[in-house]
Design a protein around this ligand. Sequence first.
Ligand code: PXG
Ligand code: PLP
Length: 447
Amino acid sequence: MTDATPDPATLNLDPYWMPFTHNRYFKQHRPLDRLLVGAEGAYYTTSQGQTLFDGLSGLWCCGLGHRDRRIVEAVKNQLDVADYYPAFQVASPDSFRLAERIAKHAPGDLDHVFFTNSGSEAVDTALKIALAYHRLRGEASRTRFIGRERGYHGVGFGGISVGGMVANRKMFAPAMLNGVDHLPHTHNLSQMAFSQGMPEWGAHLADELERIVALHDASTIAAVIVEPMQGSVGVIIPPIGYLQKLREICTKHGILLIFDEVITGFGRMGDWFGAQAFGVTPDLITFAKGVNNGTVPMGGVIASKPIYDAFMTGPDYAVEFFHGYTYSAHALAVAAAHATLDILGSDDVPNRFTALGTLLADGVHSLRGEPNVIDIRNYAGAAAVELAPLPGKPGLRAIRLFEDALKRGLLVRFTGDTIALAPPVISTEAEIHRLVDTMREAIRAVA
Ligand code: PXG
Ligand code: PLP
């Protein structure tokens, strides 16, 4: 806190409309331990001077930990050179180089990168690319998107239409994209509770796509969009063989497969992308968050060569894709991304997430048998502990756990009654043990 920072105790909380937050509760309770004033390594500092272990790497975005000097220097140096370059009709060499580097690590023939500023924008961009692609190829009837129950694809109108989190959609039903259908989600406690890694049960749920295709006819479907691992809804790991089946069915029917890798991209799954971790190559990948460790807003879409090529028609002086953002490939975001990719490579980050995942898995699965724990899930650098809801009050037990854990110096994320964990890759073995011990204490405290 600098001298110019107002005293948190008298701070006016009212004008800031907080995103995805219970504003009235927050502002009435004035939780000073939830006012963050600093970040370093795997920890935040609160306005009360307490340190909090960062159990979700920010909101899944700071996987390398906070303020790695190499990223900090890169952004500072960029500011000494240029603050902003327009993105339309001009670009910096660094933007071209960044696209080349990201394409190099993308799976298969995904080799062209379109930059956005968030995951939500990346999703809307990918959906627009899919629609335009089919139209350019003379298949303008392919307009439907297939999402998945419990999916999270951000908060744009496209993203909530294909998304499957009911609270995010119900208010906006009249403004949804037309013709969207949804695959069933793959979370089934009676079949897969306490699975370690990928559940063995559930690949057959991908066959639902055949039913949906038969219902609507393939000629009306543009794309299927799924998160390889569902993050926001509480870490739902794909069943063995499930994503492969989706791929086969999409290919068979000429439907594009979009992997929304906003959470799974850039190391968290133990590989550069979830696509490689799970061994399935989509046609489009959306990314954000980890691309520059959450340092400056950035997202994007990686498109396969055939998709990019389909746009490259018409007179060569004409714009091929009428889409873009003022801040696409923002100079500071690009600088942070180059430094992040350097670290991902030089520090062997994807493999270290696999190693961290082993520690995390051993730790979280030891919570089995603690009060009200009804499921534990994990894959590489992500894990979740699901609690039985309090009767008639879904979500309240997790809120209580969240608040109890904060008092013990641990910041986690809850969704429904599930606690999600995704610590930074720099976490030590002792820190992971401490994370699990704190979870155990908090679970017992709210029992
Ligand atoms: N797609 C996926 C798969 C995401 O996880 C988005 C799109 C949207 O990205 P933006 O940058 O527009 O927020 C996301 C974002 C959580 C949590 O607690 C997850 C996200 C965002 C905030 C919190 O799990 N995912
Ligand atoms: N609204 C207005 C009036 C604008 O002029 C612009 C961009 O020029 C936008 C919205 C879109 O903003 P962005 O490019 O940051 O998404």
